[in-house]
Ligand binder design. Structure first.
Ligand code: MGD
Ligand code: MGD
Ligand code: MO
Length: 822
């Protein structure tokens, strides 16, 4: 057993291992000051909720309160480890400023009320709008942070009960592109690979993914391989000096927004050197010829000019990707939050198809998720898809759902793809959506172009319902605020990025009158008397387990088959990967092991889209292109980002994350160790840019775009020249001004970002905008940015980020065993 300051050392102690060996166990525990393991009354199983990794953990309960957490040694995902956000973030549950009663707006102010009053107002307005305008007046904006049971219930209410097409999640901002890219290439959502591919890979490529800071436990697995015998070679594609970039054999730091040009050059090299698996392509894939023609136009020298990366380095990366025997790739927001998001992400799938590297140990693609339960938002049909990965454009799929729900097929909107979030916002702006119900997300900080978002959400004619744990910036704009129970206070299941399903059990009661999201949605359906076509209640379940059973039934025979899972099995066995049905009672480690895909025209989730225009492919067209259900290679030309730097706005602005905070900080700012590690917003810029602008470390600066401005302290790093980075975690709830910027400028990165999205996935572009930078004056010492991670200062002389005794966690290394060389 050892104790470590896990703010200063986020990844903890190394436990090296070699290829094909099993990852050694290390159990991480953090308990509140003064609490010992003997004091703990119960350990309640769950999984981590502050990223998509799905680390198995137990919540320590003492006297009805959460007092700490411990990783689960036997969990397939983390083998006992936890990251800093999970070790400390649970403290937010017990925060004194949790919402405990419903609030309604009276005379301009939010005042406390009871559940009947709040729910009756929502139900009355719903009825009025249905009568006056029909279901298109109702919109739902949900999240990637509830449980499967809750999404499924919301999906049935919206699609089957109300008949509105306007249901989407913040997953649109997050992993819409992951889903879109998987659908384009394999006909269906669902990660081909598994985290265990890290144990086998001899090369790992991370495309726009700062795994070290955003999936700390998965990065521990990579670090342990790097510290062991025969380590894998890493390729990193990221304009910032992330820990991934520092650990990489080859780091490509492209100009933001140029991923497609870079990918095309990498594929050009792979084809030119004949590093391709012709048998695999002939048997299992369509579309190779088009790709070959397309990438012929992208020699490394061309990409080198577009991306401003040395051609030799592109060749070096291509050699690793092209000659690896077991290649694992991961893709995340550096690719997804861009103007050619799907086009770029699909090229990573193409790389694996070219090399026949799918469905074998070490050969996976992880089109990553970000949020803990984003996979469920997508599966359960709460994000702009129909549940069970059903195809809205396939009448047989809609009929199947109609049978399951006992409603008429016409009741389920399928005249067009479900409305994407940015379009919903437009409908609110124009006044056709009059009731917007926001659950588990904070759009007044997380959506692009916040000045517009605030004005859209605060319109008089809109009834805005916000269901949250805290009075967020969005809740402050609401007409009705519903207090929700969170993780640890309710039971349900959720699925991580490698398809591992965990049961998360209720450990403690929610505060005050807060209720689970499931109970709130069920109550709404009951009060509205939503009925099936025989006049019976549409919703036939009443609690988490019965909701899960209904969802299992919906998933039957579909790629995400849950029928072999159940609460009892999940309790007994911990995390299990779907599909899990009659043929696969133990779950499924890797998809597509036999080169068979779910892309058959009758079976597939989507017929795909044109990557450049986003236009949906017609069913007949798809049938002609892919009659026998093979994987699909789609090529794309590079197009420049829409907003380019000019004299007035000479920098490219990108936004993203730091290790210590989660999103809009509603949880992590309420955990003292995490908040202290990254207390205020900052802006990163390069050594040369700082020198030419006369800016020194810690100076107070203003970043401005045509949308707005942010004021922050400058952190000088090894980021590439011409690029500014602002973390998007800092809104206004913990400032004097509340929901809006102060008189001297903003703090939220999204004051700066633009209203624009990828044509295929409709995911907004958070990672390219043209910006100006101006020095305002000296700061009070170095910027408040962590020294750990991508925000590490370029020069010496700045104290390292530490947590001190309060941030210590126990690390219990498992017994040395085979596979553990130390
Ligand atoms: N600590 C922490 N962890 C989290 C979260 C969190 O808020 N905090 N959120 C979770 C969620 S929901 C998500 S979606 C994930 C996101 O996880 P990541 O995608 O890893 O995080 P980001 O910081 O948004 O972006 C990743 C990288 O993209 C790079 N990038 C920017 N522009 C470009 C470009 O044009 N090309 C390339 N190749 N790279 C570019 C940035 O420099 C950045 O390092 O993290 C999850 N985990
Ligand atoms: N500029 C910029 N903007 C971005 C990004 C970026 O990289 N740059 N990333 C985007 C991405 S990937 C994401 S995922 C989004 C995240 O953006 P948001 O979803 O807006 O951010 P969160 O802070 O996670 O908001 C979740 C809310 O749900 C509440 N909550 C937590 N658990 C529960 C629960 O069980 N029930 C209910 N009802 N509420 C709950 C929390 O208190 C919080 O207010 O931001 C996006 N916006
Ligand atoms: Mo996300």
């Amino acid at each position: 057993m050892s104790r470590k300051d896990r703010i200063a050392e986020p990844w903890g102690t190394r436990t090296p291992y070699g290829p094909g060996q099993s990852w050694p166990v290390r159990v991480d525990t953090h308990l509140a000051q003064g609490v010992t393991p003997d004091d703990v009354n119960r350990w309640v199983p769950t999984a981590s909720i502050l990223h998509s990794n799905g680390d198995g953990m137990d919540i320590a309960v003492k006297d009805g309160r959460i007092v700490g957490v411990r990783g689960r040694a036997d969990d397939r995902v983390n083998h006992g480890r936890l990251g800093p956000k999970d070790l400390f973030g649970w403290q937010a549950n017990g925060s004194a400023d949790r919402l405990t009663r419903p609030l309604v707006r009276e005379g301009g102010r939010l005042v406390e009320t009871d559940w009947d009053t709040a729910m009756d107002r929502i139900v009355r307005r719903t009825r009025e709008l249905l009568d006056e305008q029909g279901p298109s007046a109702l919109g739902f904006h949900t999240t990637g942070q509830l449980f499967a049971e809750e999404y499924y219930t919301l999906g049935v209410i919206a699609h089957g009960g109300l008949g509105t097409n306007h249901l989407d999640g913040n997953t649109r901002l997050c992993t819409a592109t992951a889903a879109a890219a998987l659908k384009e290439s394999f006909g269906c959502d669902g990660q081909p690979g598994s985290y265990t591919d890290i144990d086998h890979a001899d090369a790992i490529a991370l495309f726009g993914h700062n795994m070290a800071e955003t999936q700390t436990v998965l990065w521990m697995r990579v670090l342990d391989r790097l510290a062991g015998p025969n380590p894998p070679e890493l390729v990193c594609v990221d304009p910032r000096p992330t820990p991934v970039a520092r650990a990489a054999r080859v780091h490509l730091a492209p100009r933001p927004g140029t991923n497609v040009a870079l990918m095309n050059a990498l594929l050009h090299e792979i084809i030119a050197n004949d590093w391709i698996d012709r048998d695999y392509l002939d048997t299992h894939v369509v579309g190779f010829d088009e790709l070959e023609k397309r990438v012929a136009d992208y020699p490394p020298e061309l990409a080198a000019r577009i991306c401003d990366v040395p051609a030799e380095r592109i060749r070096a990366a291509a050699r690793i990707l092209g000659t690896a025997e077991r290649l694992l790739s991961t893709v995340l927001q550096g690719f997804y939050q861009a103007h050619q998001a799907t086009a770029a992400a699909v090229q990573v799938n193409n790389l694996h198809l070219l090399r026949g590297m799918l469905g074998k140990p070490g050969c996976g693609v992880l089109q990553m998720n970000g949020q803990p339960t984003a996979q469920n938002t997508r599966e359960c049909g709460a994000d702009g898809d129909l549940p069970g990965f059903r195809n809205w454009a396939n009448d047989a799929h809609v009929a199947e759902l109609a049978r399951l729900w006992n409603v008429a097929p016409e009741q389920i909107p399928h005249y067009a793809p479900p409305t994407h979030l940015m379009q919903m916002l437009r409908y609110v702006e124009e006044g056709s959506i009059r009731l917007l119900w926001v659950s588990g997300t904070n759009p007044a900080v997380s959506l692009p172009e916040l000045a517009r978002v605030r004005s859209v959400l605060s319109q008089q004619r809109l009834l805005l319902v916000v269901q949250d744990l805290f009075l967020t910036e969005t809740a402050e704009l609401a007409d009705i605020v519903l207090p929700a129970a969170g993780w640890g206070e309710k039971t349900g299941t959720f699925t991580n990025a490698d398809r591992t399903v965990h049961l998360s059990e209720k450990a403690v009661d929610p505060p005050g009158q807060a209720r689970s999201d499931l109970d709130i949605f069920l109550d709404y359906a009951r009060r509205l008397e939503l009925a099936d076509k025989d006049g019976q209640p549409l919703i036939t379940w009443h609690d988490p387990e019965s909701a899960f059973r209904a969802w299992q039934e919906c998933s039957r025979g579909r790629p995400c088959d849950y029928t072999g899972l159940g609460y009892a099995k999940l309790r007994e066995r911990g995390g299990i990967q779907w599909p899990c049905g009659d043929d696969s009672p133990d779950g499924t480690e890797r998809l597509y092991t036999d080169g068979g895909f779910w892309s058959d025209p009758d079976h597939c989730e989507s017929y795909g889209r044109d990557l450049i225009t986003g236009a949906p492919v017609e069913p007949v067209e798809y049938r002609a292109m892919n009659p026998s259900g093979k994987a699909v290679i789609k090529a794309a030309e590079y197009l420049p980002a829409h907003e380019q730097p000019d004299d007035e706005h000479p920098y490219v602005l990108i936004t993203g994350r730091t290790l210590y905070h989660f999103h809009t900080r509603t949880k992590t700012a309420r955990a003292p160790q995490l908040q202290a590690a990254a207390p205020e917003v900052w802006v990163e810029l390069s050594v040369d840019d700082a020198a030419s602008a006369g800016i020194r470390e810690g100076d107070f600066v203003e970043v401005r775009t045509p949308r707005g401005s942010v004021r922050a302290a400058a952190r000088i790093t090894e980021i590439r020249d011409g690029v500014l980075f602002v973390p998007f975690h800092y809104g206004y709830w913990d400032t004097e001004t509340g929901s809006e910027p102060g008189f001297d400028g903003g703090r939220a990165a999204n004051e700066l970002t633009l209203t624009d999205w990828d044509p295929a996935s409709k995911q907004p572009i958070f990672k390219t905008a043209a910006a100006a930078l101006r020095r305002i004056g000296p700061g009070a010492g170095p910027a408040p940015a962590p020294t750990v991670g991508a925000s590490a200062p370029a020069g010496p002389g700045i104290d390292g980020t530490r947590g001190g005794p309060e941030a210590e966690a126990d690390e219990n290394l498992g017994p040395a065993r085979e596979g553990n060389p130390s």
